[in-house]
Ligand binder design. Structure first.
Ligand code: HEM
Length: 119
């Protein structure tokens, strides 16, 4: 639902058609991961976060030749980040509004205020 990168750009290597649009060789094509993860032709309820949704999201690309080379490392880092954060701060709670970065490329937060009870 909220991929870290909003889009990447590719250059078409041959004439083709995508979604009824003609693409000519050499055209620059933006791939909006934000949009593809909310594709109403693919998902029944595209704008609802559903943890059980088919995990074939496109946050790391769509499985083609440019699929993220670091996906396995990123997944491992995120797994450890969540495991360790939950282990150390099991009572952590949101303590304010998330502050999103203002960027057409990065879909990330600058701040996510949290708090936890101190003993
Ligand atoms: C949560 C973290 C990350 C996200 C969301 C992410 C996302 C992406 C996306 C969307 C692409 C383009 C895929 C496509 O067009 O099919 C990509 C490509 C790539 N990523 Fe990542 N990435 C992450 C972490 C990393 C890490 C940790 C590394 C390296 C250690 C890495 C290395 C690369 C490289 C080299 C490519 C280009 C692959 C190519 O063009 O053949 N990424 N990534």
């Amino acid at each position: 639902m909220y991929p870290a990168f909003a889009h990447f750009r590719r250059t078409a290597t041959k004439d083709t058609e995508i979604g009824g649009k003609q693409i000519a060789e050499g055209d620059k094509v933006l791939m909006w991961y934000l949009s593809s993860n909310r594709d109403e032709d693919v998902y029944e309820d595209p704008d609802t976060f559903d943890v059980h949704r088919n995990p074939e999201h496109q946050a790391f690309g769509a499985g083609g030749r440019h699929f993220c080379l670091g996906a396995a490392l990123a997944r491992l880092e995120l797994k450890i980040l969540f495991e360790e954060t939950l282990r150390r701060f099991p009572d952590m709670k949101l303590a304010g509004k998330p502050d999103p970065a203002v960027s057409a490329f990065l879909n990330q937060l600058k701040k996510l205020p949290v708090s936890w009870p101190t003993t």
